[in-house]
Design a protein around this ligand. Sequence first.
Ligand code: MEV
Length: 323
Amino acid sequence: MNKVTVSAPGKLMLLGEHAVVYNHPCLVTAVDQRMRATVETLDSLEFQLEAEDVGVTGYKKPLSNLGKGDIPKGAQSVEIAVRNISEKYPLRTGLRVTTKSEFSSQFGFGSSSASTVCTIKAVSEILGLNLSQKDIFDLSYKTVLDIQGKGSGFDVAAAVFGGTLYFVTGEKVIKPMSVDSLPLIVGYSGVKADTVTLINKVKESFVHKQKRLNEIYNSIEVLVNNARDALIKKDWKRFGKLMNKNQDLLVKLGVSIDKLDNMIKASLSEGAYGAKLSGAGGGDCMIAIVPKDNEQEVKDGISQAGGKVVNIKTNAEGVRIEK
Ligand code: MEV
């Protein structure tokens, strides 16, 4: 095979962010907005990348320089992925990678992780490696850690496996939840957040209060485990209440912002069962679990609070070959 296109879904954290970085569980769902990557072989021993969505065009370097020198931010998730897979399975041809996203890289849907997963899967197809989902997860998670140093890999798991997952970092647990879809509404705050900055912010502000921080993370773990039960029973009212409690703890961690708080408040006063920020905080998106009858009111509430409603479906399929 000398050309392949694959796609992987974006993700939304349901409950458990931040705590999941420190070996506590989280719940994550894959969303139906996807990242695509086409990988084709080249005669020259070059790596080429077109990733217009993140401002990378006409980018090229010799394969021997993969991962070296100054790599533009938008190129890292693909270039380091190619370097990592080629260190294990040497390349005999050059590669040209073209990525295209159905969602904005601003939303916090995990566009970098999804492009890493697409790249690993596509190169594995080109090389005829037949890598398992676990192999793809491992190489992709290594890539994320090589680039940002920190992270639980929950976004990589969502991109690889899809669906809704109960996840504990280090692939200790990746348990698919048998639920078709969640009654979820998503609002984008318009503020771009940086995950590593927020992880560090939490760490620094609790540097002399480690015991308190552990208490918060343990409480989040209890909420996640209860939410998993509520999810299995499709008890959305209970799921919503647990989301609210999770949000209170995220506020205590200091990662919510006024804009998100206002969008969350608006959702609740328009009848949502529960609402919280989703992801690192500091911006990106909030999510609300909403009874069918209140969908429009909640969407209007989010808009009036200055948010942008992003229409998604949950439980999307994991990484797949497109053609
Ligand atoms: C970021 O979307 C969620 C965090 O828990 C980081 C991670 O799990 O990698 C803050």
